[in-house]
Every structure is written in structure tokens, then in C-alpha cells.
Design a protein around this ligand. Sequence first.
Ligand code: ZN
Length: 161
Amino acid sequence: MRISEQKVVTMNYEVADDQGQLIDRSEEGGPLAYIHGNDQLIPGLETALEGRGKGDKIAVDIPPEQGYGERDEEGVQIVARNQFDDSVEIEVGMQFEAQDDDEGHQIVTVAAVDGENITLDTNHPLAGKNLRFKVEILDVRDASTEELSHGHVHGPGGHDH
Ligand code: ZN
């Protein structure tokens, strides 16, 4: 069976940046399962997996426009330390959800702490990066009606309910 829309794909993956630095891998959390064609993966990875089958191993380099997008420097803001609750220790790399004008909420990352100035970044941490994926396809099957109505995979690598 080949990967196409509404197939459940189970895979192991690892992703590194341009310098070959490992960013993430599926090993620890177990294989990832997703429904193909549901925008659950970045576009470049879905395109690379299309038409592949169980047992295939692929390596693909994905540019930002097919990944998490280009960085938007308007997403970087400096705010005063006193904008935060005193009880919160602000550290570089911290992430939290902030209210957004239109979309409800977004993830904000603390990019720098300089005395009273805190630099916040609303860009996805992987925005602007070339991503080198290595994927091993472990299984390809049809999604069940229930999985399609929920929009996610049930069982190993997916939701357990
Ligand atoms: Zn479900």
C-alpha cells in the first residue's frame, strides 16, 4: 500500500539542521503516526512521503517555505521585566502562550534576557531553518471512519481513547 490521502502512516524520523545538529527524533517517544493529507506534517515532508510504502527509507532536505516558514522579524519584541509577574523566573528558551489579537493564542519564546529587557519571539523555533529529515516508514494502512472523523490516529503512535 502506497501513501496517499487518508492513509495512516507510522514512521520513525529524525530531523537535523543545516549543520547536522540533531533537532528531534521519534526514538524516545516511539514512532509517530499521522493521517496523510490532513496538514499534520509540514508540507515538504508530506510531499516527500507521498507515494512511498512500508519499509522505505527516505532522506529529504526541506527549506523554510516548505517547513515552518520564514522568520518574521516583526515577531520579535522587547518588553520590560515588570510586565511579568515577579514570582516568575524568566529564562532564555522559556515558552508560554500569549493572547493574540485575532487567532486566540500563540506560543512565545524568550529569546534573550538583558537586565530589565526581555526579548520575546513569536516565530516558531524552527522558522527560517532548513530541515534535514530522515524517515523510515514502518506501516501504511487505511484510516478508519472514526479516525477520519476525529482527525487523528488511534492506537500506537496516536491517541489512546
Ligand atoms: Zn479520537
